[in-house]
Design a protein around this ligand. Structure first.
Ligand SMILES: CC(C)(COP(=O)(O)OP(=O)(O)OC[C@H]1O[C@@H](n2cnc3c(N)ncnc32)[C@H](O)[C@@H]1OP(=O)(O)O)[C@@H](O)C(=O)NCCC(=O)NCCS
Length: 184
């Protein structure tokens, strides 16, 4: 099985053998709870983002690394003011291990109601156990219920793991990296 991992020295994805999956922790990770997060999850969301940054500082843009700014934004987040936004998380015990931000919006000229996915991320030690797939499926069900015709997102064309992941989830990817999943 081919697997892609980020090589920090070469600054590119490299092919590797996929690690074995059939251990006890693997089973637990596969059963992580997927749900919509709310303001009561603020501290857990902060811890998640901090771990994401600390374990892979190289994949973030410089302006995404400021933990004070992140803490402030999470504190000021008000779910009622953004009712078309869904912060979807994967939770294992008390720890958030995966994240996906879904927004429902309206494409005025072409497409009507649609859904946009951003910031999908699974913590490094929890990858390869279908957590990402389950986050996308959960988002897809919300989008369908809201009457959306498509689920869309952008993926970097050099992100080989991301490209393969989205194709496996059922997205069609254009030459500019726009990934679209038709919902009806
Ligand atoms: C992309 C990401 C969300 C995938 O999450 P995940 O929980 O590890 O993915 P899954 O276990 O659900 O993988 C489903 C399928 O995607 C593909 N896939 C996932 N990661 C892969 C990798 N590193 N290399 C190759 N294929 C991969 C496989 O086909 C896999 O199916 P398989 O397990 O039957 O082989 C995760 O790797 C991540 O957070 N990466 C860093 C952030 C990122 O790149 N986000 C997307 C940017 S737009």
């Amino acid at each position: 099985m081919v697997w892609y991992v980020w090589d920090e020295e070469d600054e590119r994805f490299v092919r590797t053998r996929r690690p074995p999956q059939d251990s006890k922790p693997a089973k637990a990770i596969r059963r992580a709870k997927i749900r919509v997060a709310g303001v009561k999850d603020r501290q857990k969301l902060f811890e998640f983002r901090r771990e994401a940054i600390e374990t892979e500082p190289e994949i973030w843009l410089p302006d995404e690394l400021d933990l004070h700014e992140i803490r402030k934004n999470i504190k000021e987040w008000k779910t009622a003011a953004y009712s078309n936004n869904f912060i979807i998380v994967a939770e294992l015990g008390e720890k958030i291990i995966g994240f996906l931000h879904l927004t429902i919006y309206y494409r005025l000229f072409n497409g009507g109601p649609s859904a946009w996915v951003e910031d999908i991320f699974v913590l490094k030690n929890f990858r390869g156990y279908k957590v990402g797939t389950r986050l996308v499926r959960f988002a897809r069900e919300i989008a369908k219920r809201k009457g959306c015709k498509t689920l869309r997102l952008i993926v970097g064309l050099e992100n080989l793991a991301g490209l393969r992941f989205y194709k496996q989830c059922g997205f069609k990817i254009s030459r500019i990296g726009l990934a679209i999943m038709r919902l009806r």
